[in-house]
Design a protein. Sequence first.
Length: 86
Amino acid sequence: MITSAFLSGAITLAFGIAALHFLKFWRKSRDQLFFAFAASFLLLGLGQAALVLGGVQDEQRPWVYLLRLAAFLIIVAAVLRKNRIA
């Protein structure tokens, strides 16, 4: 259990670092695609943290998948929007 919590914490940290990385690019360029990636990684990190902090053993919970679905839909919408504009 401790190894699982440690790995989940590391994954949460990696999602947070990725969100901050894309947020830095967004601040420099104001490109909405970078902001969408930052928001998506933040959602994925929050979902991973909620699993650990909530003590959820089984990832087959609907709210976990809804957070992940929302994150990926944000990315898809941003990519479609970017391609439509360009």
